[in-house]
Design a protein. Structure first.
Length: 324
């Protein structure tokens, strides 16, 4: 048992760890850096399908994870010990014990585990999470909920979320409150979601929408859809504004408020993600080059592309291409 949770995986084999833990969360790539003897994956489970509680660690060395999207659930992760780095298109975080991060259903993440990093996860089904956000904020468009990594929770909110998470951990065992029934689990889930909304003070997009004078989320959704559909074209900010049915100034304010970025920076992040996907699907043996992929997605300055790519994904484009 770990923190009262049932141990499901305890192995020093990275391939076994990846296969078993992928089955719980999502397909991902796992890389052990440095001393492979320091690797030890330990995963324990508790709670239920409606509110899963987990403990996960990878030993004392450096372990890199590159995930796909979760799609049907949201993961709230509290750092218990060690060091954790998290990267995504929405930014980057370096966590210390006592801090948490919200990993949403729509985003692929890169995580770097170091120095006996140990995480306690709470897994919430996406539909239940979005329903709770809608109920608590009064916003019906809760499918747009994001907790961008660029946005940090308040200090008081960080403490409050940690208290709720530890309460759930203490009640995740066979005799805990999470085993008492679906109605009580739903109340506990709402308690966690409420603490997150309070902690981010409107950092969740849905919570920020709908107040007087604000651009409502559908306009942001139209802009995002246009960018993703037209990413390979010569997109100008005026094109995005027209698709969103906003002025250029209102579009910029909407992206700042709801996504904590600019429309053109968002376009760049989508192009980087497309280049990343192409690099992972290609190989040097096929004659593919980093330059060809960079140019395909509109990156004319290869040095700047390489720097932006490393900042976003934690590796150089050439490393990813060679590993494909």
């Amino acid at each position: 048992m770990i923190h009262g949770l049932r141990i499901r995986t305890d192995t020093s084999d990275p391939d076994e760890a990846r296969a078993r833990i992928s089955a719980v969360y999502c397909p991902h790539r796992l890389t052990v850096r440095g001393n492979s003897a320091a690797f030890r994956a330990r995963h324990a489970e508790g709670g239920s399908s409606g509110l899963g509680v987990y403990s996960l660690s990878y030993g004392s060395g450096v372990t890199l994870l590159e995930s796909s999207t979760f799609d049907d659930f949201v993961l709230v992760s509290l750092q218990i010990g060690g060091r954790l780095g998290v990267r995504a298109a929405s930014g980057e975080r370096r966590l210390v014990p006592g801090e948490h991060v919200v990993l949403d259903a729509h985003t692929a993440y890169q995580l770097r585990w170091e120095e006996n990093c140990n995480l306690f996860h709470v897994r919430i089904p996406r539909a239940a999470f979005e329903a709770s956000v809608g109920e608590l904020t009064g916003v019906g468009e809760a499918d747009l909920v994001r907790f961008p990594l660029r946005r940090h929770p308040s200090k008081q909110g960080t403490v409050a979320v940690a208290k709720v998470m530890r309460f759930l951990l203490a009640n995740a065992g066979p005799n805990g409150l999470l085993s008492s029934g679906a109605l009580l689990r739903a109340q506990l889930r709402r308690m966690l979601v409420a603490s997150l909304i309070e902690a981010y003070c409107g950092g969740c997009d849905a919570a920020a929408a709908g107040s007087s004078g604000d651009v409502r989320p559908p306009a942001v959704r139209r802009a995002i859809a246009y960018i993703e559909e037209s990413v390979a074209e010569d997109v100008q900010i005026s094109d995005v504004a027209a698709a969103a049915r906003l002025s250029t100034r209102a579009l910029q304010e909407a992206f700042r408020r709801h996504l904590d970025t600019t429309p053109m920076a968002y376009l760049k992040s989508v192009r980087l993600a497309r280049a990343h996907a192409d690099l992972r699907r290609s190989s040097v043996e096929e004659g593919t080059t980093v330059a060809a992929i960079a140019y395909r997605w509109g990156f004319g300055n290869l040095g700047r592309f390489a720097a932006d790519y490393r900042r976003e994904f934690g590796r150089s484009p050439s490393e990813v291409l060679r590993a494909s």
